[in-house]
Design a protein around this ligand. Structure first.
Ligand SMILES: Cc1cc2nc3c(=O)[nH]c(=O)nc-3n(C[C@H](O)[C@H](O)[C@H](O)COP(=O)(O)OP(=O)(O)OC[C@H]3O[C@@H](n4cnc5c(N)ncnc54)[C@H](O)[C@@H]3O)c2cc1C
Length: 424
């Protein structure tokens, strides 16, 4: 690297532009901190645009009986997001598309009594209600449907529009860096800085705090500093995507005998308006042990078992291997809260994993609390970000998995509006 790097200093530098980094950057910018966010691929890569977009109050986790006191934080989240979507919260999400203001939980006939018993205790909280037969969504209005159906008052968001909204709230502060020519380094006094090389020019970024929100990239960033803690766990999944001709948008969990939903369905649209169902739940957890062809066969079988009245013979199928990145838990358990900590061994490094899209606001609150604890307050306003923008490009928005899996056919003519007409 050249001997004299150009130096930039911010209150906060954020590394990783998924929902965690982008939400945090919005909170910090609204509070007056000077900041820059650095992304090595595209904003929302890895987990965020691969998520199903469900902003939930933790209901599905109570199925396993493992929801703890700490997870009361998640119960608050749908209300928090709703305020932001109306422009009345701590982050302005008025340009984020809501795909659905509810999702369903249903069970096959044999599991009905378990679901009914479980949900009975929740009905008084007003977030779940049974759905009468004549109020069922079109998709489940078939004589062969014989399970019980509940409606949860939680949200499903169009994640690409969320990422775009969060990024657009941050003009001139979101930068792309080349992963291979960017590294963290710690000075003898324990101060960490980011060094990136762009067109032969070395750029050094220092900050009162550097925050790692790089998802599964956090572990490699720590390794650059010779650090192993906090340790990370990754939970692999293999999701299934099916591009079909049904207009029905559907969002829901089907309960089986396991503690995770047997099947989770969310509905999305390709950029050229084709409907896609995105299938997760136990299907995707078991799917990591299958190759794509086997998993697609399993998915076809699941849909044939649960909705035998639908015909997917003309559908196109694809799978997405993806990993959830989380702090290491005892017995590899699922964390039910956001995780943020000051990294031990250096002075100015914070690391966070939201563990769920839903918990991004919670993670930002925890990081702001760490800043307050150390009296890291907004410094004087600078034009450093605008100056840095003369050297680094703005990071683009990641493509969705379904746009990558199903590129537009040469004669695609469906518009977004045609595809969004249908209701659940
Ligand atoms: C299939 C699936 C479905 C899900 N569905 C839901 C759901 O419905 N509801 C819910 O609440 N949660 C859901 N989740 C969980 C949720 O998606 C994640 O918890 C959340 O998106 C994590 O966000 P993040 O910003 O921490 O990480 P990521 O989204 O993984 O973002 C990390 C970012 O950091 C960047 N990066 C990595 N390394 C570097 C580096 N060295 N330098 C710079 N940038 C770097 C990456 O390119 C990426 O853009 C789901 C997860 C998966 C995998």
């Amino acid at each position: 690297m050249p001997a004299t790097p150009i130096r930039f200093h911010f209150d906060i530098a954020i590394i990783g532009g998924g929902v965690a980094g982008l939400w945090l950057a919005n909170r910090l910018a609204n509070t007056g901190y000077s900041l820059a966010l650095f992304e090595s691929k595209a904003l929302g890569s890895d987990q965020t645009v691969a998520s199903q977009g469900m902003i939930h109050g933790g209901m599905k986790y109570t199925l396993s009986g493992t929801l703890t006191g700490a997870s009361e934080a998640i119960a608050e989240m749908p209300r928090h997001w709703r305020a932001c979507l109306c422009g009345e919260g701590d982050v302005d999400l008025r340009n984020t598309r809501i795909l659905s203001d509810h999702f369903f939980m249903w069970s096959s006939e044999t599991m009905t009594s378990r679901l009914t018993t479980f949900l009975a205790s929740k009905l008084t909280r007003g977030r779940v209600e049974p759905v009468a037969d004549d109020k069922r969504p079109p998709l489940l209005r078939n004589n062969h449907f014989s399970g019980s159906l509940y409606r949860l008052e939680d949200l499903v968001l169009d994640v690409p529009s969320l990422v775009t909204n969060l990024a657009n709230n941050l003009p001139s502060r979101v930068f792309q860096v080349e992963e291979n020519s960017t590294r963290l380094t710690a000075a003898a006094n324990g101060e960490v800085s980011l060094i990136t090389e762009q067109d032969g020019q070395s750029i050094e970024v220092t900050a009162q705090r550097i925050v790692l929100t790089a998802g599964k990239g956090n572990a490699a960033l720590l390794q650059q500093l010779g650090l192993q803690q906090p340790a990370m766990q990754v939970r692999p999944l293999q999701q299934v995507m099916v591009k079909h001709h049904y207009p029905h948008r559907f969002y829901g969990h089907c309960l089986g005998a396991e503690t995770t939903p047997r099947l989770t369905i969310s509905s999305h649209t390709t950029s050229y308006g084709a409907p896609v169902w995105y299938l997760g739940g136990s299907l995707a957890e078991r799917g990591v042990h299958q190759d794509a062809t086997e998993l697609i066969e399993s998915a076809k079988q699941e849909l044939a078992d649960l909705m035998p009245w639908l015909d997917f013979s003309e559908a196109e199928w694809a799978t997405l291997p993806v990993e959830r990145a989380e702090p290491l838990q005892r017995h590899f358990a699922r964390p039910d809260n956001a995780f943020a900590t000051q990294v031990v061994g250096v002075n100015n490094l914070i690391l966070g994993w939201p563990t769920k899209l839903t918990l991004a606001p919670n993670l930002a609150n925890e990081i702001l609390a760490l800043l307050n604890k150390d009296a890291i307050t907004p410094g004087s306003a600078t034009n450093e970000a605008a100056e840095l923008g003369r050297h680094l490009m703005r990071a683009p928005i990641a493509k969705t998995p379904w746009d990558i899996a199903f590129p537009p056919p040469p004669d695609s003519s469906l518009t977004d509006d045609e595809a969004t007409d249908a209701d659940t």
